[in-house]
Write a protein that binds this ligand. Structure first.
Ligand SMILES: *Cc1c(COP(=O)(O)O)cnc(C)c1O
Length: 412
């Protein structure tokens, strides 16, 4: 066993101060929080960090830019209810998410996603929310629903642009994509909307996800804006909504720098002024998922076993990839890297450390939470914290795989 002094904490973990050698979440020591939750594993989301992240953007963004929360990042109902009070709107991608957005009283709701079922379109039209249309055939289905319900329907066209978001973790625009309508087909889509007598409100462009480069995001916003301005000239009714997407990333891995929102905000000021001059009835929407909630969440799992195998130390925990697929490296990552992690009840500055591999209870080598990381010397009963876990956690994980109990979630 090698021991060395504790290394400085990963920048991503500073939102959770240490007190008496314990991680605190929402100001509560981790041992006490675990007792309060009554079980491990669990996810804890910190209200104060959610508030701070939204106000950081509010302070910098132009007042007329509307901030939306993309619920798929974290659909935990109390968290969505909290976010609904902070942001201007909620973006949903299914009728299930739509129901929750309406239940929590979201001020504005927009609904994107390919393959919306007929029943979902009916629910959307009846709810008077904005539908981001993903294909020409979807326009026809919405027209049918509107006719049946005697309602106008509110439509924006999701555009698949002719460019990509550079250095993005997940590209969702440019080239052939299942998302949106190819930009060259938008004129035909506008004609079809006008022909069907539907209410056209604007455009939605979402180039990609998990981007840590402000320059790349600004470039995508500029290109999206220019494209939308050209397309808006072809519309028969005034532009009201220009959703420029988001794609703001958060730092997960060693060496990644936190995104600086200041230059993006400066660009949005210029775009908002230009939009006001050209389309006075329109506003810009920025839709964000993980950037708003990802850094506010921690996954806590308890060590069950400590074992050596041929010189490698394994800490076997009661939680794993069935709750946290993305931390295991199996949610869209090309190369597996460790999320920031710590032994949450042994965080004193003078704590000795050792190289540990943290695994879950599943009978698969994929169930890996931390691969040979320098962590505090830990024993069964100790708590492992996986940071940057507020987005794409339980709802993005195969909870039924191997039949272990689900993770609990709390908002503190
Ligand atoms: C997934 C998604 C988002 C949220 O992405 P994040 O990387 O979590 O910010 C926003 N808009 C659309 C259309 C999406 O599909």
């Amino acid at each position: 066993m090698t021991t060395s002094p504790a290394k400085p904490r990963h920048a991503a973990t500073v939102g959770f101060p240490v007190r008496d050698g314990q991680l605190t979440i929402g100001g509560i020591n981790i041992d006490r929080l675990a007792a309060r939750v009554g079980q491990t594993p669990f996810y804890a989301y910190d209200r104060r960090l959610l508030d701070e992240r939204v106000s950081l953007l509010r302070q910098r963004f132009p007042e007329e830019v509307r901030l939306h929360y993309a619920m798929k990042a974290n659909p935990f109902p109390p968290l969505v209810a909290h976010m609904a009070r902070l942001v201007d709107g909620i973006d949903v991608a299914s009728a299930g998410e739509l129901k929750l957005a309406l239940d929590v009283g979201a001020r504005e709701v927009s609904f994107a996603g390919p393959g919306k079922r007929f029943a979902e379109l009916r629910q959307a039209v009846a709810s008077d929310i904005l539908i981001n249309v993903e294909s020409l055939a979807e326009i026809d289905r919405i027209a049918e629903v509107c006719e049946e319900l005697g309602l106008p329907g509110r439509i924006a066209l999701r555009v698949n642009p002719d460019f990509e978001l550079k250095s993005s973790g997940m590209k969702m625009g440019g080239g052939p994509k299942p998302f949106g309508i190819d930009s060259e087909v938008i004129p035909a889509a506008l004609a079809r909307i006008a022909g069907a007598g539907l209410s056209f409100e604007g455009f939605h462009l979402f180039a990609g996800s998990q981007n840590l480069k402000a320059d790349a995001i600004i470039e995508a916003q500029l290109k999206s804006f220019d494209l939308a301005m050209r397309l808006a000239d072809l519309a028969q009714s005034p532009l009201r909504v220009l959703n420029l997407g988001g794609g703001f990333g958060i730092p997960y891995f060693p060496g990644e720098q936190r995104l600086d929102p200041a230059p993006i905000a400066a660009n949005l000021h210029a775009l908002a002024a230009s939009l006001a001059a050209r389309h006075p009835a329109a506003h810009i929407v920025v839709e964000l998922g993980r950037y708003l909630v990802g850094e506010a969440g921690v996954y806590i799992t308890r060590i069950i076993d400590r074992k050596m195998s041929r010189g490698q130390l394994f800490l076997v925990c009661d939680g794993g990839l069935h709750h946290h697929l993305s931390a295991s490296g199996n949610f869209g990552q090309v190369i597996r890297k460790n999320y920031p992690a710590a032994i949450a009840n042994r965080m004193a500055a003078d704590q000795s450390t050792e190289t540990s591999t943290v695994v879950g209870p599943l009978c698969t080598p994929l169930d890996l939470l931390a691969d040979r990381m320098e962590l505090a010397i830990a024993q069964p009963g100790d708590l492992v914290a996986i940071f940057q876990s507020g987005a794409y956690g339980p709802s993005a994980s195969p909870a039924a795989f191997l039949g272990h109990p689900p993770a609990c979630e709390v908002l503190v």
